[in-house]
Design a protein around this ligand. Sequence first.
Ligand code: NA7
Length: 578
Amino acid sequence: MPVAGNWYLSVPSFPGFPGGRRTRASAAVQGDRPTFVCDMIAIMSDSTFDGVIVGAGFAGLYMLHRLRGLGFSARVYEAGSGVGGTWFWNRYPGARCDVESLEYSYSFSEELEREWQWTERYATQPEILRYLNHVADRFDLKRDIQFDTRVTSAIFDESSNRWNIVTDSGGRASAKFCVMATGCLSTSKVPEYPGIDSFQGKTYHTGHWPHEGVDFTGQRVGVIGTGSSAIQTIPNVANQAAHLFVFQRTPNFSVPAHNAPLASDVDKNWKAHRAEYRQRARTAPFGLLFEQNDKSALEVSREERQRQYEERWGYGGLGMMGAFGDLLFNKEANDTAAEFVRSKIRGIVRDPAVAETLVPRDYPLATKRLCVDTGYYATFNRDNVTLVDTRSTPIEEVTAKGLRTSDAEYELDSIVFATGFDAMTGTLCNMDIRGRAGVTLKQKWSEGPRSYLGVMVAGFPNLFIITGPGSPSVMSNMIVSIEQHVDWIAGCLEYLREHGLATIEATVDAEDAWVAHVNEVANATLFPMANSWYMGANVPGKPRVFLPYIGGVGVYRQKCEEVAAKGYEGFALSACGS
Ligand code: NA7
Protein backbone atom coordinates (compact mmCIF):
# COMPACT_ATOMS: atom_id res chain seq x y z
CA MET A 1 0.00 0.00 0.00
CA PRO A 2 1.38 3.39 -0.90
CA VAL A 3 1.97 5.46 2.21
CA ALA A 4 2.51 9.18 2.29
CA GLY A 5 4.40 10.33 5.31
CA ASN A 6 7.10 12.34 6.90
CA TRP A 7 10.57 10.89 6.93
CA TYR A 8 13.25 11.96 9.30
CA LEU A 9 16.44 11.86 7.37
CA SER A 10 20.05 12.54 8.06
CA VAL A 11 22.07 13.96 5.24
CA PRO A 12 25.78 14.01 5.87
CA SER A 13 27.64 15.98 3.23
CA PHE A 14 25.83 16.67 0.06
CA PRO A 15 26.09 19.97 -1.73
CA GLY A 16 23.37 22.21 -0.48
CA PHE A 17 22.86 20.24 2.72
CA PRO A 18 24.64 21.22 5.88
CA GLY A 19 26.61 18.16 7.00
CA GLY A 20 24.63 15.56 8.86
CA ARG A 21 21.52 17.63 9.59
CA ARG A 22 18.51 15.61 10.56
CA THR A 23 15.91 16.93 8.13
CA ARG A 24 12.28 16.28 7.65
CA ALA A 25 11.10 15.55 4.16
CA SER A 26 7.71 14.69 2.83
CA ALA A 27 7.89 11.72 0.54
CA ALA A 28 5.45 9.44 -1.09
CA VAL A 29 6.69 5.93 -0.57
CA GLN A 30 5.70 2.60 -1.92
CA GLY A 31 5.96 -0.07 0.65
CA ASP A 32 9.27 0.68 2.31
CA ARG A 33 10.87 2.08 -0.85
CA PRO A 34 11.12 5.82 -1.22
CA THR A 35 10.04 7.11 -4.59
CA PHE A 36 12.28 10.16 -4.68
CA VAL A 37 15.88 9.73 -5.64
CA CYS A 38 16.93 12.38 -3.19
CA ASP A 39 15.21 10.49 -0.40
CA MET A 40 16.99 7.34 -1.44
CA ILE A 41 20.34 9.10 -1.26
CA ALA A 42 19.41 10.57 2.05
CA ILE A 43 18.44 7.22 3.52
CA MET A 44 21.62 5.54 2.32
CA SER A 45 23.79 8.34 3.52
CA ASP A 46 22.03 8.38 6.87
CA SER A 47 24.21 5.50 7.84
CA THR A 48 27.35 5.93 5.77
CA PHE A 49 30.09 8.14 7.15
CA ASP A 50 33.77 8.68 6.95
CA GLY A 51 33.90 8.32 10.71
CA VAL A 52 31.74 7.23 13.60
CA ILE A 53 32.57 8.60 17.04
CA VAL A 54 31.24 6.92 20.14
CA GLY A 55 30.62 9.37 22.98
CA ALA A 56 29.95 13.10 23.18
CA GLY A 57 32.04 14.12 26.15
CA PHE A 58 35.15 16.31 25.99
CA ALA A 59 36.82 13.81 23.64
CA GLY A 60 33.95 13.14 21.24
CA LEU A 61 33.05 16.81 20.86
CA TYR A 62 36.56 17.88 19.97
CA MET A 63 37.01 14.88 17.65
CA LEU A 64 33.85 15.83 15.80
CA HIS A 65 35.02 19.43 15.51
CA ARG A 66 38.36 18.33 14.07
CA LEU A 67 36.82 15.88 11.60
CA ARG A 68 34.42 18.55 10.37
CA GLY A 69 37.31 20.93 9.90
CA LEU A 70 39.04 18.34 7.72
CA GLY A 71 35.94 17.80 5.63
CA PHE A 72 35.18 14.29 6.88
CA SER A 73 31.58 13.28 7.42
CA ALA A 74 30.95 12.00 10.91
CA ARG A 75 28.21 10.84 13.21
CA VAL A 76 28.51 10.79 16.98
CA TYR A 77 26.46 8.31 18.99
CA GLU A 78 25.87 9.23 22.60
CA ALA A 79 24.07 7.14 25.20
CA GLY A 80 23.04 10.19 27.23
CA SER A 81 20.35 12.64 26.24
CA GLY A 82 22.88 15.47 26.14
CA VAL A 83 26.56 16.20 25.68
CA GLY A 84 29.03 15.98 28.55
CA GLY A 85 30.04 12.36 29.05
CA THR A 86 31.27 11.95 32.60
CA TRP A 87 29.90 15.43 33.40
CA PHE A 88 26.50 14.45 32.12
CA TRP A 89 26.21 11.43 34.39
CA ASN A 90 28.10 12.30 37.57
CA ARG A 91 25.63 14.75 39.12
CA TYR A 92 25.98 13.75 42.76
CA PRO A 93 25.95 16.58 45.29
CA GLY A 94 29.40 18.14 45.49
CA ALA A 95 30.56 16.81 42.09
CA ARG A 96 33.39 19.03 41.03
CA CYS A 97 36.56 18.75 39.03
CA ASP A 98 39.75 18.42 41.06
CA VAL A 99 41.82 20.04 38.32
CA GLU A 100 41.62 23.82 38.31
CA SER A 101 39.01 25.11 35.88
CA LEU A 102 41.40 27.29 33.85
CA GLU A 103 43.48 24.19 33.15
CA TYR A 104 40.53 21.81 32.78
CA SER A 105 39.19 23.36 29.59
CA TYR A 106 39.86 23.20 25.89
CA SER A 107 42.85 25.07 24.53
CA PHE A 108 42.15 24.60 20.81
CA SER A 109 40.24 27.83 20.37
CA GLU A 110 41.61 31.09 21.70
CA GLU A 111 38.25 32.78 21.10
CA LEU A 112 36.45 30.15 23.12
CA GLU A 113 38.93 30.56 25.91
CA ARG A 114 38.65 34.34 25.93
CA GLU A 115 34.86 34.42 25.93
CA TRP A 116 34.25 31.78 28.59
CA GLN A 117 34.38 32.89 32.20
CA TRP A 118 34.90 30.28 34.92
CA THR A 119 33.44 31.34 38.23
CA GLU A 120 35.39 29.16 40.68
CA ARG A 121 38.90 27.87 41.06
CA TYR A 122 37.49 24.33 40.74
CA ALA A 123 34.41 24.14 38.56
CA THR A 124 31.29 22.32 39.71
CA GLN A 125 29.69 19.63 37.56
CA PRO A 126 26.83 21.97 36.47
CA GLU A 127 29.30 24.63 35.37
CA ILE A 128 31.38 22.15 33.35
CA LEU A 129 28.22 20.82 31.75
CA ARG A 130 27.19 24.39 30.84
CA TYR A 131 30.64 24.89 29.34
CA LEU A 132 30.36 21.75 27.22
CA ASN A 133 26.91 22.75 26.00
CA HIS A 134 28.29 26.16 25.15
CA VAL A 135 31.12 24.51 23.17
CA ALA A 136 28.69 22.20 21.37
CA ASP A 137 26.42 25.13 20.46
CA ARG A 138 29.21 27.53 19.60
CA PHE A 139 30.71 25.07 17.11
CA ASP A 140 27.30 23.82 16.02
CA LEU A 141 28.17 20.24 16.94
CA LYS A 142 24.82 18.85 18.10
CA ARG A 143 23.43 18.38 14.60
CA ASP A 144 25.84 15.49 14.08
CA ILE A 145 25.20 13.85 17.42
CA GLN A 146 22.56 11.20 17.88
CA PHE A 147 21.61 11.24 21.55
CA ASP A 148 19.95 8.51 23.62
CA THR A 149 21.72 5.97 21.47
CA ARG A 150 24.18 3.43 22.78
CA VAL A 151 26.49 1.63 20.38
CA THR A 152 26.19 -2.09 21.04
CA SER A 153 28.57 -3.39 18.41
CA ALA A 154 31.29 -2.25 16.08
CA ILE A 155 32.47 -4.93 13.68
CA PHE A 156 35.25 -4.59 11.13
CA ASP A 157 34.41 -5.93 7.68
CA GLU A 158 37.68 -7.08 6.12
CA SER A 159 36.27 -7.19 2.58
CA SER A 160 35.29 -3.52 2.53
CA ASN A 161 37.70 -2.20 5.20
CA ARG A 162 34.75 -0.57 6.95
CA TRP A 163 33.36 -0.59 10.45
CA ASN A 164 29.75 -1.65 10.82
CA ILE A 165 28.09 -0.09 13.80
CA VAL A 166 24.87 -1.23 15.47
CA THR A 167 23.05 0.74 18.15
CA ASP A 168 20.60 -0.23 20.86
CA SER A 169 17.79 1.39 18.90
CA GLY A 170 18.48 -0.94 16.00
CA GLY A 171 20.26 1.72 13.98
CA ARG A 172 23.12 0.76 11.71
CA ALA A 173 25.97 2.75 10.29
CA SER A 174 29.03 2.07 8.22
CA ALA A 175 32.23 4.07 8.51
CA LYS A 176 35.81 3.99 7.27
CA PHE A 177 37.06 4.63 10.77
CA CYS A 178 35.65 4.46 14.23
CA VAL A 179 36.77 6.55 17.19
CA MET A 180 36.02 5.41 20.71
CA ALA A 181 35.55 8.53 22.82
CA THR A 182 33.91 6.51 25.54
CA GLY A 183 35.78 7.92 28.53
CA CYS A 184 37.94 6.20 31.11
CA LEU A 185 35.35 6.03 33.89
CA SER A 186 32.01 5.38 32.28
CA THR A 187 30.97 1.90 33.38
CA SER A 188 29.88 2.18 36.99
CA LYS A 189 30.30 -0.66 39.40
CA VAL A 190 27.94 -1.81 42.13
CA PRO A 191 29.15 -4.51 44.51
CA GLU A 192 27.33 -7.82 44.24
CA TYR A 193 26.11 -8.01 47.82
CA PRO A 194 23.61 -10.74 48.63
CA GLY A 195 20.11 -9.35 49.07
CA ILE A 196 20.74 -6.23 47.05
CA ASP A 197 17.31 -6.43 45.43
CA SER A 198 15.52 -6.78 48.72
CA PHE A 199 16.31 -3.27 49.97
CA GLN A 200 13.09 -1.29 50.38
CA GLY A 201 14.69 2.13 50.40
CA LYS A 202 16.26 3.99 47.50
CA THR A 203 19.64 3.24 45.97
CA TYR A 204 21.86 5.54 43.93
CA HIS A 205 25.24 5.36 42.23
CA THR A 206 27.29 8.55 42.14
CA GLY A 207 28.07 7.90 38.48
CA HIS A 208 24.38 7.77 37.49
CA TRP A 209 22.78 10.42 39.62
CA PRO A 210 19.13 11.39 39.02
CA HIS A 211 18.90 14.58 37.00
CA GLU A 212 16.25 16.02 39.27
CA GLY A 213 18.59 15.70 42.28
CA VAL A 214 17.93 13.92 45.57
CA ASP A 215 16.78 15.45 48.82
CA PHE A 216 18.14 13.48 51.77
CA THR A 217 16.57 15.73 54.39
CA GLY A 218 15.52 13.73 57.42
CA GLN A 219 16.86 10.46 56.02
CA ARG A 220 19.23 7.82 57.31
CA VAL A 221 21.73 7.51 54.48
CA GLY A 222 24.53 5.03 53.90
CA VAL A 223 27.40 5.94 51.58
CA ILE A 224 29.49 2.97 50.49
CA GLY A 225 33.00 3.84 49.38
CA THR A 226 35.51 6.55 50.20
CA GLY A 227 37.08 7.34 46.82
CA SER A 228 37.04 10.74 45.10
CA SER A 229 33.29 10.73 44.47
CA ALA A 230 32.44 9.77 48.04
CA ILE A 231 34.89 12.27 49.46
CA GLN A 232 33.18 15.04 47.49
CA THR A 233 29.64 13.96 48.24
CA ILE A 234 29.90 12.97 51.91
CA PRO A 235 30.11 16.53 53.36
CA ASN A 236 27.08 17.52 51.24
CA VAL A 237 24.98 14.52 52.19
CA ALA A 238 25.91 15.05 55.85
CA ASN A 239 24.50 18.58 55.63
CA GLN A 240 21.09 17.18 54.70
CA ALA A 241 20.72 13.75 56.20
CA ALA A 242 19.34 13.03 59.65
CA HIS A 243 22.18 10.54 59.96
CA LEU A 244 24.93 9.52 57.57
CA PHE A 245 26.77 6.21 57.84
CA VAL A 246 29.98 6.07 55.83
CA PHE A 247 31.02 2.52 54.97
CA GLN A 248 34.76 2.62 54.40
CA ARG A 249 36.78 -0.32 53.11
CA THR A 250 40.02 1.53 52.39
CA PRO A 251 40.81 4.98 53.78
CA ASN A 252 42.05 7.52 51.26
CA PHE A 253 44.54 10.35 51.29
CA SER A 254 42.85 13.64 50.57
CA VAL A 255 44.18 17.19 50.42
CA PRO A 256 42.05 20.31 50.76
CA ALA A 257 40.89 22.06 47.59
CA HIS A 258 40.69 25.53 49.15
CA ASN A 259 38.16 26.27 46.48
CA ALA A 260 37.13 29.90 46.07
CA PRO A 261 35.61 32.20 43.49
CA LEU A 262 38.06 32.61 40.63
CA ALA A 263 39.91 35.83 41.34
CA SER A 264 39.72 38.30 38.47
CA ASP A 265 43.49 38.93 38.53
CA VAL A 266 44.11 35.17 38.21
CA ASP A 267 41.76 35.01 35.26
CA LYS A 268 43.29 38.08 33.62
CA ASN A 269 46.79 36.75 34.07
CA TRP A 270 45.76 33.40 32.57
CA LYS A 271 44.20 35.04 29.55
CA ALA A 272 47.24 37.28 29.05
CA HIS A 273 49.63 34.32 29.13
CA ARG A 274 47.37 31.53 27.96
CA ALA A 275 49.60 30.34 25.13
CA GLU A 276 52.55 29.97 27.45
CA TYR A 277 50.50 28.15 30.13
CA ARG A 278 48.96 25.82 27.60
CA GLN A 279 52.34 24.99 26.14
CA ARG A 280 53.76 24.25 29.58
CA ALA A 281 50.84 21.94 30.36
CA ARG A 282 51.41 20.00 27.13
CA THR A 283 54.87 19.03 28.26
CA ALA A 284 54.39 18.81 32.05
CA PRO A 285 54.60 15.29 33.51
CA PHE A 286 50.90 15.19 34.43
CA GLY A 287 49.74 17.87 32.01
CA LEU A 288 49.16 19.99 35.11
CA LEU A 289 50.76 23.30 35.95
CA PHE A 290 51.59 22.76 39.59
CA GLU A 291 55.18 23.47 40.42
CA GLN A 292 57.24 20.29 40.32
CA ASN A 293 60.13 20.28 42.75
CA ASP A 294 62.80 17.97 41.37
CA LYS A 295 64.67 17.53 44.64
CA SER A 296 64.49 14.30 46.60
CA ALA A 297 62.44 14.45 49.79
CA LEU A 298 65.38 12.74 51.46
CA GLU A 299 68.06 15.21 50.47
CA VAL A 300 66.55 18.14 52.35
CA SER A 301 66.23 18.79 56.08
CA ARG A 302 63.16 17.78 58.06
CA GLU A 303 62.24 21.47 58.35
CA GLU A 304 62.49 22.00 54.61
CA ARG A 305 60.30 18.98 53.95
CA GLN A 306 57.72 20.22 56.41
CA ARG A 307 57.81 23.67 54.82
CA GLN A 308 57.20 22.23 51.34
CA TYR A 309 54.30 20.06 52.51
CA GLU A 310 52.70 22.86 54.54
CA GLU A 311 52.97 25.22 51.61
CA ARG A 312 51.30 22.76 49.26
CA TRP A 313 48.64 21.79 51.81
CA GLY A 314 47.95 25.49 52.29
CA TYR A 315 47.67 26.10 48.55
CA GLY A 316 45.50 23.01 48.08
CA GLY A 317 44.98 20.50 45.31
CA LEU A 318 47.02 17.91 43.49
CA GLY A 319 50.26 19.90 43.73
CA MET A 320 51.05 17.85 46.84
CA MET A 321 52.33 15.19 44.41
CA GLY A 322 54.95 17.60 43.10
CA ALA A 323 56.41 18.51 46.49
CA PHE A 324 59.46 16.36 45.74
CA GLY A 325 60.70 14.57 42.65
CA ASP A 326 60.87 11.10 44.18
CA LEU A 327 57.53 10.82 45.99
CA LEU A 328 56.18 8.37 43.43
CA PHE A 329 59.40 6.37 43.11
CA ASN A 330 60.93 6.01 46.53
CA LYS A 331 58.92 4.54 49.38
CA GLU A 332 61.00 6.21 52.04
CA ALA A 333 60.49 9.59 50.39
CA ASN A 334 56.79 8.91 49.98
CA ASP A 335 56.52 7.95 53.67
CA THR A 336 57.47 11.49 54.64
CA ALA A 337 54.59 12.98 52.62
CA ALA A 338 52.16 10.25 53.70
CA GLU A 339 53.03 10.86 57.34
CA PHE A 340 52.46 14.58 56.85
CA VAL A 341 48.91 13.96 55.56
CA ARG A 342 48.27 11.44 58.34
CA SER A 343 49.22 14.06 60.90
CA LYS A 344 46.78 16.49 59.25
CA ILE A 345 43.96 13.95 59.50
CA ARG A 346 44.75 13.41 63.18
CA GLY A 347 44.73 17.18 63.64
CA ILE A 348 41.32 17.64 62.04
CA VAL A 349 39.34 14.67 63.36
CA ARG A 350 38.57 15.09 67.06
CA ASP A 351 37.81 11.47 68.00
CA PRO A 352 41.20 9.69 67.96
CA ALA A 353 39.64 6.31 67.16
CA VAL A 354 37.77 7.74 64.16
CA ALA A 355 40.92 9.57 63.05
CA GLU A 356 42.94 6.34 63.16
CA THR A 357 40.30 4.60 61.05
CA LEU A 358 40.51 7.39 58.49
CA VAL A 359 44.31 7.25 58.28
CA PRO A 360 45.58 5.31 55.24
CA ARG A 361 48.45 2.99 56.09
CA ASP A 362 48.76 0.20 53.58
CA TYR A 363 49.73 1.98 50.37
CA PRO A 364 51.92 4.96 49.47
CA LEU A 365 50.45 8.45 49.07
CA ALA A 366 48.96 9.11 45.60
CA THR A 367 49.27 5.51 44.40
CA LYS A 368 45.51 5.39 44.72
CA ARG A 369 44.05 8.51 43.12
CA LEU A 370 44.88 11.41 45.45
CA CYS A 371 41.59 13.02 46.43
CA VAL A 372 40.88 16.73 46.74
CA ASP A 373 38.17 17.72 49.19
CA THR A 374 36.20 20.44 50.84
CA GLY A 375 35.68 19.63 54.49
CA TYR A 376 35.86 15.85 54.14
CA TYR A 377 37.74 14.86 57.29
CA ALA A 378 35.99 17.52 59.39
CA THR A 379 32.65 15.95 58.44
CA PHE A 380 33.50 13.10 60.80
CA ASN A 381 33.35 15.56 63.71
CA ARG A 382 29.61 15.93 63.16
CA ASP A 383 27.20 14.21 65.52
CA ASN A 384 25.11 12.94 62.63
CA VAL A 385 27.99 11.09 60.93
CA THR A 386 29.22 7.60 61.78
CA LEU A 387 32.22 5.93 60.17
CA VAL A 388 31.87 2.17 59.73
CA ASP A 389 35.10 0.31 59.06
CA THR A 390 34.14 -2.46 56.66
CA ARG A 391 37.69 -3.75 56.57
CA SER A 392 37.30 -5.06 60.13
CA THR A 393 33.53 -5.59 59.92
CA PRO A 394 32.71 -6.38 56.27
CA ILE A 395 29.34 -5.74 54.68
CA GLU A 396 27.71 -9.16 54.52
CA GLU A 397 24.38 -8.39 52.94
CA VAL A 398 21.83 -5.83 51.98
CA THR A 399 18.60 -6.38 53.88
CA ALA A 400 15.13 -5.00 53.35
CA LYS A 401 15.90 -2.33 55.92
CA GLY A 402 19.52 -1.49 55.21
CA LEU A 403 22.97 -3.02 55.42
CA ARG A 404 24.27 -5.79 57.62
CA THR A 405 27.93 -5.92 58.46
CA SER A 406 29.59 -8.75 60.37
CA ASP A 407 28.64 -7.08 63.64
CA ALA A 408 25.55 -4.89 63.15
CA GLU A 409 22.59 -4.01 60.99
CA TYR A 410 22.28 -0.38 59.88
CA GLU A 411 18.76 0.78 59.08
CA LEU A 412 18.80 3.11 56.12
CA ASP A 413 16.37 5.03 53.93
CA SER A 414 18.86 5.42 51.09
CA ILE A 415 22.10 3.79 50.02
CA VAL A 416 24.58 5.70 47.88
CA PHE A 417 27.03 3.51 46.02
CA ALA A 418 30.17 5.58 45.54
CA THR A 419 31.86 2.39 44.46
CA GLY A 420 33.58 3.53 41.31
CA PHE A 421 33.96 2.20 37.80
CA ASP A 422 35.30 -0.63 35.71
CA ALA A 423 37.94 1.84 34.63
CA MET A 424 39.48 2.25 31.20
CA THR A 425 38.55 -1.13 29.76
CA GLY A 426 35.01 -1.83 31.06
CA THR A 427 33.07 0.22 28.54
CA LEU A 428 35.12 -0.98 25.58
CA CYS A 429 34.94 -4.63 26.59
CA ASN A 430 31.18 -4.45 27.19
CA MET A 431 30.68 -3.35 23.61
CA ASP A 432 30.88 -6.05 20.98
CA ILE A 433 33.97 -4.74 19.18
CA ARG A 434 35.38 -7.17 16.63
CA GLY A 435 38.48 -6.71 14.55
CA ARG A 436 40.13 -8.99 12.03
CA ALA A 437 38.97 -12.63 11.95
CA GLY A 438 36.08 -11.73 14.26
CA VAL A 439 38.33 -11.48 17.32
CA THR A 440 36.66 -9.38 19.99
CA LEU A 441 38.46 -6.70 21.92
CA LYS A 442 37.32 -8.44 25.08
CA GLN A 443 39.09 -11.65 24.00
CA LYS A 444 42.17 -9.74 22.94
CA TRP A 445 42.29 -7.99 26.33
CA SER A 446 41.38 -11.00 28.46
CA GLU A 447 44.75 -10.88 30.22
CA GLY A 448 44.90 -7.11 30.32
CA PRO A 449 44.67 -4.39 27.72
CA ARG A 450 47.21 -4.34 24.89
CA SER A 451 47.61 -1.33 22.66
CA TYR A 452 50.17 0.68 20.78
CA LEU A 453 50.44 4.15 22.32
CA GLY A 454 47.07 3.55 23.99
CA VAL A 455 45.40 4.72 20.79
CA MET A 456 45.27 1.68 18.50
CA VAL A 457 45.15 -2.10 18.88
CA ALA A 458 46.75 -4.69 16.59
CA GLY A 459 44.04 -6.53 14.67
CA PHE A 460 41.63 -3.60 14.84
CA PRO A 461 42.37 -1.43 11.79
CA ASN A 462 41.10 2.15 11.73
CA LEU A 463 39.78 1.85 15.28
CA PHE A 464 41.06 4.68 17.43
CA ILE A 465 40.68 4.97 21.19
CA ILE A 466 40.93 8.39 22.77
CA THR A 467 42.86 8.20 26.05
CA GLY A 468 42.86 4.42 25.95
CA PRO A 469 44.79 2.12 28.29
CA GLY A 470 48.50 2.53 27.66
CA SER A 471 48.23 6.31 27.27
CA PRO A 472 48.67 8.95 30.02
CA SER A 473 44.88 9.46 30.24
CA VAL A 474 43.88 9.25 33.91
CA MET A 475 47.46 9.95 35.00
CA SER A 476 47.13 13.41 33.50
CA ASN A 477 44.91 16.40 33.02
CA MET A 478 42.37 14.62 30.85
CA ILE A 479 41.74 17.61 28.63
CA VAL A 480 45.41 17.99 27.74
CA SER A 481 45.57 14.30 26.85
CA ILE A 482 42.28 14.34 24.97
CA GLU A 483 43.39 17.24 22.80
CA GLN A 484 46.70 15.55 22.09
CA HIS A 485 45.04 12.28 21.07
CA VAL A 486 42.38 13.96 18.95
CA ASP A 487 44.98 16.07 17.15
CA TRP A 488 47.13 13.01 16.55
CA ILE A 489 44.19 11.01 15.18
CA ALA A 490 43.14 13.93 12.97
CA GLY A 491 46.70 14.19 11.63
CA CYS A 492 46.75 10.46 10.99
CA LEU A 493 43.47 10.54 9.06
CA GLU A 494 44.70 13.41 6.96
CA TYR A 495 47.85 11.44 6.20
CA LEU A 496 45.85 8.40 5.13
CA ARG A 497 43.74 10.55 2.82
CA GLU A 498 46.70 12.37 1.32
CA HIS A 499 48.54 9.12 0.67
CA GLY A 500 45.54 7.22 -0.68
CA LEU A 501 45.66 4.75 2.19
CA ALA A 502 42.71 2.64 3.28
CA THR A 503 43.78 1.36 6.66
CA ILE A 504 46.19 1.90 9.51
CA GLU A 505 46.77 -0.75 12.12
CA ALA A 506 49.23 -1.24 14.96
CA THR A 507 51.72 -4.03 14.34
CA VAL A 508 51.96 -6.78 16.92
CA ASP A 509 55.65 -6.04 17.44
CA ALA A 510 55.05 -2.36 18.10
CA GLU A 511 52.19 -3.21 20.42
CA ASP A 512 54.25 -5.76 22.35
CA ALA A 513 57.10 -3.30 22.74
CA TRP A 514 54.74 -0.55 23.92
CA VAL A 515 53.00 -2.79 26.45
CA ALA A 516 56.41 -3.86 27.79
CA HIS A 517 57.43 -0.22 28.05
CA VAL A 518 54.21 0.79 29.85
CA ASN A 519 54.78 -1.98 32.38
CA GLU A 520 58.45 -1.26 32.79
CA VAL A 521 57.76 2.38 33.55
CA ALA A 522 54.92 1.52 35.96
CA ASN A 523 57.11 -1.02 37.75
CA ALA A 524 59.74 1.64 38.36
CA THR A 525 57.15 3.54 40.44
CA LEU A 526 55.31 2.83 43.66
CA PHE A 527 51.92 2.52 41.90
CA PRO A 528 51.85 -1.29 41.81
CA MET A 529 51.93 -1.26 45.64
CA ALA A 530 48.29 -0.13 45.82
CA ASN A 531 45.10 -2.04 45.14
CA SER A 532 43.76 0.73 42.97
CA TRP A 533 41.50 1.03 39.98
CA TYR A 534 44.64 2.09 38.10
CA MET A 535 45.68 -1.56 38.57
CA GLY A 536 42.23 -2.99 37.84
CA ALA A 537 42.18 -4.15 41.46
CA ASN A 538 38.68 -2.83 42.19
CA VAL A 539 36.93 -5.26 39.86
CA PRO A 540 36.93 -8.90 40.98
CA GLY A 541 38.61 -11.06 38.34
CA LYS A 542 40.04 -8.15 36.34
CA PRO A 543 43.68 -8.76 35.36
CA ARG A 544 46.06 -6.85 37.57
CA VAL A 545 47.80 -4.58 35.10
CA PHE A 546 48.72 -0.93 35.46
CA LEU A 547 46.30 0.63 32.97
CA PRO A 548 47.57 4.14 32.14
CA TYR A 549 51.02 5.20 30.92
CA ILE A 550 52.99 6.94 33.66
CA GLY A 551 55.99 8.00 31.56
CA GLY A 552 54.73 11.58 31.41
CA VAL A 553 52.53 13.63 29.14
CA GLY A 554 55.46 15.47 27.50
CA VAL A 555 57.48 12.31 26.85
CA TYR A 556 54.43 10.57 25.47
CA ARG A 557 53.55 13.47 23.17
CA GLN A 558 57.07 13.47 21.79
CA LYS A 559 56.89 9.73 21.13
CA CYS A 560 53.57 10.13 19.27
CA GLU A 561 54.99 12.97 17.20
CA GLU A 562 58.09 10.94 16.31
CA VAL A 563 55.96 7.98 15.26
CA ALA A 564 53.92 10.22 12.94
CA ALA A 565 57.00 11.98 11.57
CA LYS A 566 58.45 8.59 10.60
CA GLY A 567 55.42 7.76 8.48
CA TYR A 568 53.56 6.09 11.36
CA GLU A 569 56.32 3.85 12.55
CA GLY A 570 55.00 0.70 14.17
CA PHE A 571 51.80 0.79 12.15
CA ALA A 572 50.93 -1.22 9.04
CA LEU A 573 49.37 0.91 6.33
CA SER A 574 47.40 -0.48 3.42
CA ALA A 575 46.59 1.24 0.16
CA CYS A 576 43.05 1.63 -1.16
CA GLY A 577 42.08 -1.40 -3.18
CA SER A 578 44.91 -3.55 -1.79
P1 NA7 B 1 36.88 4.94 43.28
O1 NA7 B 1 38.00 5.87 43.44
O2 NA7 B 1 37.12 3.64 42.58
O3 NA7 B 1 36.30 4.66 44.73
C1 NA7 B 1 35.39 3.62 44.96
C2 NA7 B 1 35.24 3.44 46.44
O4 NA7 B 1 34.27 2.42 46.66
C3 NA7 B 1 36.51 3.00 47.13
O5 NA7 B 1 36.57 3.57 48.39
C4 NA7 B 1 36.34 1.49 47.20
O6 NA7 B 1 37.06 0.88 48.23
C5 NA7 B 1 34.87 1.41 47.47
N1 NA7 B 1 34.34 0.10 47.08
C6 NA7 B 1 34.32 -0.41 45.82
N2 NA7 B 1 33.78 -1.63 45.85
C7 NA7 B 1 33.47 -1.89 47.14
C8 NA7 B 1 32.90 -2.99 47.80
N3 NA7 B 1 32.56 -4.08 47.13
N4 NA7 B 1 32.71 -2.92 49.13
C9 NA7 B 1 33.11 -1.80 49.81
N5 NA7 B 1 33.65 -0.73 49.23
C10 NA7 B 1 33.83 -0.78 47.91
O7 NA7 B 1 35.65 5.62 42.52
P2 NA7 B 1 35.20 7.14 42.56
O8 NA7 B 1 33.93 7.23 41.82
O9 NA7 B 1 35.26 7.67 43.93
O10 NA7 B 1 36.32 7.87 41.76
C11 NA7 B 1 36.70 7.47 40.47
C12 NA7 B 1 37.54 8.51 39.82
O11 NA7 B 1 36.72 9.57 39.35
C13 NA7 B 1 38.51 9.22 40.70
O12 NA7 B 1 39.65 8.52 40.95
C14 NA7 B 1 38.77 10.50 39.95
O13 NA7 B 1 39.71 10.27 38.93
C15 NA7 B 1 37.45 10.80 39.35
P3 NA7 B 1 38.52 0.23 47.93
O14 NA7 B 1 39.43 1.39 47.84
O15 NA7 B 1 38.39 -0.51 46.62
O16 NA7 B 1 38.77 -0.66 49.07
